[in-house]
Design a protein around this ligand. Structure first.
Ligand code: 7PJ
Length: 294
């Protein structure tokens, strides 16, 4: 939760002030994302210059964090090899660390990528599998970096087939608490953890909106919350016409609405594709907090 009492989070010597909501800009180096797929590719290969230019633009637009990922986790995505993920992510992490003043988050579940990205200057580990892969807990602990633990039901290729919960909020909360405890046991200081309910990861539209509405229940555990709602398919479904989902290009206004609803309910960090617009939207929330209660 954005909280004036919360100390700044040390991300490899670059600090995040969580007293007001922050934007994490998405730098997606996969060729097949549903929402921005292949934009950074030229002739079938990742173009490092193009990727870096995109990263720099997101910084200029006000991203406090850049989330660099090389594995597509959209529903039905193909698995990526370790080599491919390393080739996509590591050169960009190195370049951004050298040239931009921003916290670098690495969106990975792989222990090797965590270690190597940290050595090149990454400041945060964002794992949609909450450090459940072989060696990930130990690798994350060894980096000393903050970690975002996300909830997912099932695996990306099948998670949207039939998501099912008795109480989605209770189950997500319990899972995240268990993973936080596993992190503590592995030597990761609780003050370095962020939690994320994982919107769209094994959830129906109803599950997603229950989690959003009841976000304060997840914030109650005291750890800052990160949310990713930008351009997600739940927007496409809510805004569908004649059984056709709203395409990704038409999801910005709804993404902003969801970002504001999330920070109003306690989210500390919003993961977004459209950084400039999201920064403006959250500035209105910050202004209300600053001036509204005099
Ligand atoms: C999320 C993520 C999210 C965190 C993706 C997409 C799918 N990491 N990585 N939270 N989503 N922490 O951007 O639509 O919601 S990839």
């Amino acid at each position: 939760m954005s909280n004036p009492q919360r100390p700044a989070l040390d991300c490899a010597g670059r600090f995040l002030d969580l007293s007001r909501p922050l934007v994490m800009g998405i730098v997606n180096t996969t060729p097949d994302s549903f929402s921005d797929g292949g934009a950074l590719y030229r002739d079938g290969a990742l173009d490092l210059e193009r990727a870096f230019a995109h990263a720099r633009t997101l910084c200029e637009e006000g991203a406090a964090i850049l989330d660099i990922g090389g594995e597509s986790t959209r529903p039905g995505a193909n698995p990526v090899s370790l080599q491919e993920e390393q080739d996509r992510v590591l050169p960009l992490v190195e370049r951004v660390a050298a040239e931009l003043d921003v916290v670098i988050s690495v969106d990975t579940s792989s222990a090797a990528v965590m270690r190597e990205a940290a050595a090149l200057g990454a400041g945060l580990i964002n794992d949609v599998r909450a450090l459940t892969r072989e060696g990930a807990l130990e690798a994350a602990a060894a980096t000393g970096l903050p970690v975002c633990l996300m909830h997912m039901q099932g695996q990306p290729d099948t998670m949207q087939a039939a998501p099912s919960y008795a109480d989605v909020v209770a189950e997500v909360r319990t899972f995240l608490a268990q993973r936080a405890a596993a992190c503590a046991a592995a030597g990761i200081d609780r003050r370095r953890l962020l939690l994320d309910p994982g919107f769209g990861f094994g959830k129906t539209v109803a599950h997603n909106f229950q989690l959003l509405d009841r976000l304060p229940e997840l914030a109650r555990d005291g750890l800052p919350l990160l949310v990713g709602l930008s351009r997600k398919s739940l927007i496409g479904k809510v805004l569908a016409r004649d059984d056709r989902e709203r395409p990704a290009e038409g999801r910005l206004p709804a993404s902003l609405a969801l970002a504001v609803l999330a920070v109003e309910r306690g989210a500390a960090i919003v993961r977004a594709h459209d950084v400039a617009a999201t920064v403006d939207a959250l500035a209105m929330f910050a202004a209300m907090r600053e001036w509204g209660r005099q």
